[in-house]
Design a protein around this ligand. Sequence first.
Ligand SMILES: [Zn+2]
Length: 123
Amino acid sequence: MLRNKKMITKKKKSKPKCKGHYWTIKADPERLKDFIKRTQVSVKAWRARNPEKVRAQRIVFVAVRNGSLIRQQCFCGKKRTEAHHEDYTQCLNVVWLCKRHHAEADKLRRNGVKRYPHLSTCK
Ligand SMILES: [Zn+2]
């Protein structure tokens, strides 16, 4: 009992959780406006630089929406997944990966490695 009470009081004294950079920006309307503007500019620039990626993403989005492509879970078991393209010319040939494994797979592809036995396993 005593131990539990001590633990509870300790929890109350601990610092509040950091809400992250975005939340500090969101609290200030001026900074939020500036943040949105800068994000839109960078997204537009990325889209202009990578038309084949934009095309592939759109085709996958439409295919998932109309049911011709079914979202699957990552090999680690996570159900919230993203479509990973090995080759952007084959738009519907995707591997479903969670956010973490997608980032790792993209890094491997940039380094010229194909396939994913190298990916770490999620905890
Ligand atoms: Zn995963």
